[in-house]
Design a protein. Structure first.
Length: 95
């Protein structure tokens, strides 16, 4: 079976605080398994330097979720965030 090609997009993030000049190069890479966020100087425990992804978005058992490795010394994710509450059909009308 041929693996589908990963598609990627690169950009530079500018700090939201205009007083802090700290741009960050990032790359988003999408595959049928999910979307990975790569950021210069960040990674995860199980990969070589400059190849890790601290953030991954996936579809798991019909549920969209964000997986985060906020501690490079931990093999397992530090956060698994289900996005079900962010669905458009869950929006409450303004009072």
């Amino acid at each position: 079976m041929i693996e589908p090609l990963m598609q990627s997009f690169s950009t530079t993030l500018l700090d939201a605080d205009p007083e802090h000049d700290a741009p960050l190069s990032i790359r988003l890479a999408g595959s049928p398994q999910g979307v990975s966020l790569f950021a210069d100087g960040y990674g995860d425990k199980g990969t070589m330097p400059d190849h890790g992804t601290p953030v991954f978005i996936e579809l798991y058992r019909g549920q969209r979720r964000v997986i985060v490795w906020s501690d490079i010394n931990r093999e397992d994710p530090t956060h698994i965030i289900p996005l079900g509450g962010a669905r458009e059909d869950r929006r409450q009308p303004d009072e």
